[in-house]
Design a protein around this ligand. Structure first.
Ligand code: IMP
Length: 203
């Protein structure tokens, strides 16, 4: 059984979410920074899974006794051949604001009817487990790109991503509502099950 999990992120929101989902596992959950590790792996994979594995493996080399988790996520818009996909953070440049990125995507979908505005957030989580290799899980949330931005919660592409079940954008959901249905929440819950199945976690 593992005693410690290191999550390869510097993002405090992701840390909060993973701690909530693994809360009753009884494990110590640290960010890479809290574990005193910095690894700058180049995310040059072609899929979310590849990038998550690159990140997890880079940290695993520096902390070979710990269970390492890493994620990679992004937005796929069907009408744009699944762009921005693995380039979501880099779309129009890493330093470009999401206000500009979101407006650009709305512009590219101008005049496109709802049926063809389908999109999804995707998240892949990779686990590097001592003696058990590296494996991944995937979570998604299906929705569509709206006609205007709405909401002030969340981050990134949330203000243009609408979910029919809620009738609003994911930037209008509370944190709890989003965690319950998000791609990251779904991938994390699947990873939790996978870790139990492989005997890494007790429950
Ligand atoms: P990363 O997984 O931290 O590399 O993030 C990839 C990028 O995908 C983020 O910078 C956002 O642009 C986008 N993204 C991933 N998840 C979400 C989400 O839940 N809401 C909005 N944008 C997201």
């Amino acid at each position: 059984m593992a005693e410690k999990i290191i999550f390869a992120t510097g993002n405090p929101d992701k840390m909060k979410e993973i701690r909530e989902i693994l809360a009753d596992s009884g494990l110590e959950i640290l960010s890479a920074k809290e574990a005193g590790i910095t690894a700058d792996a180049e995310e040059n994979g072609k899929t979310f899974e590849e990038n998550a594995c690159i990140k997890a493996s880079a940290i695993a080399k520096l902390a070979p006794d710990a269970v390492i988790l890493a994620d990679d996520s992004g937005l796929e818009i069907d009408y744009l051949n699944r762009e921005p996909g693995v380039y979501s953070a880099r779309y129009l440049g890493e330093d470009t604001s999401y206000q500009i990125k979101n407006q650009a995507l709305l512009y590219r979908l101008a005049g496109v009817e709802k049926e063809r505005r389908t999109a999804r957030f995707v998240c892949a989580i990779a686990a590097a487990v001592p003696g058990k290799g590296v494996f991944t899980t995937r979570g998604t949330i299906e929705g569509y790109i709206g006609w205007e931005t709405a909401g002030a919660n969340g981050f990134g592409y949330d203000p243009i991503f609408y979910v029919d079940a809620y009738g609003c954008s994911t930037a209008e959901l509370t944190r709890e509502q989003k965690n319950a249905c998000s791609h990251r929440g779904n991938a994390l819950r699947a990873m939790r099950e996978e870790l139990v199945k492989r005997g890494v976690l007790e429950r």
